[in-house]
Design a protein around this ligand. Structure first.
Ligand code: SAM
Length: 194
């Protein structure tokens, strides 16, 4: 398998090969955000790409939203589209090296973009950068997908075993409100740091 490194992702953005980008916040996350009442929670969106979720939260008045991506191009475009979004909350860098503590981490096609051998490390890292009682919320594919290239798929059974090491699984079920092209192929997850 090719290296899924910074160069790989930069090239994808520079060539417009961003088929993962729904073009807007997806319904499962929008509806989850819409019912949150505490807008002071610290939120991290790793592998944020065009970060539609961050723009949406910022618009709603959430004041501590952070985006993290290894691709400079993606973040530059995000900044241009969202000039009022605090620059100090835009982190260009590697998830594995990121330091911080968050109340909420959002998952939207980042987990499926990493090499599957790193899945245990993803769970550990996510748990490390969550505050006590913090949550991982988002969507994961529950469908077999790419074998040599992202997106990499998975199954509910795999996710239960993987995530329950470090996180209490509150919700892991087929999303009822997926965008049409993803309907029936993704699970909505809500998990709390143990
Ligand atoms: C499939 S894309 C998803 C982007 C965005 N979440 C979306 O739904 O449009 C995966 C993203 O993860 C980023 N990425 C990949 N490896 C990363 C890493 N180690 N650290 C930070 N970001 C990474 C890529 O640059 C890319 O933007």
């Amino acid at each position: 398998m090719q290296q899924l490194d910074q160069q790989y992702w930069e090239t994808r953005y520079q060539n417009g090969l961003t088929g993962w980008d729904a073009g807007a916040i997806t319904t499962p996350l929008r509806e989850y955000f819409d019912q949150l009442t505490d807008k002071s929670v610290s939120v991290l969106i790793p592998g944020a790409g065009n970060a539609h979720e961050a723009a949406y939260l910022f618009e709603l008045g959430f004041s501590d939203v952070h985006v993290l991506d290894i691709s400079e191009s993606a973040l530059r475009q995000f900044q241009l589209r969202n000039p009022l979004f605090p620059k100090s909350h835009i982190h260009q860098g590697d998830f594995w090296a990121h330091e911080g503590k968050y109340d909420l981490i959002i998952e939207q096609t980042f987990f499926c973009a990493i090499d599957p051998v790193l899945r245990t490390a993803y769970v550990k890292k996510t748990s490390d950068i969550l505050r006590s009682g913090g949550k991982l919320v988002g969507v994961l594919w529950n469908h077999p997908m790419g074998e040599n290239e992202p997106p990499f798929g998975g199954s509910e059974a795999e996710y239960i075993e993987l995530f329950s090491e470090c996180l209490e699984i509150n919700v892991l079920e087929t999303a009822y409100n997926s965008i049409q092209p993803r309907a029936g192929r993704e699970v909505f997850i809500k998990m709390t740091k143990k």
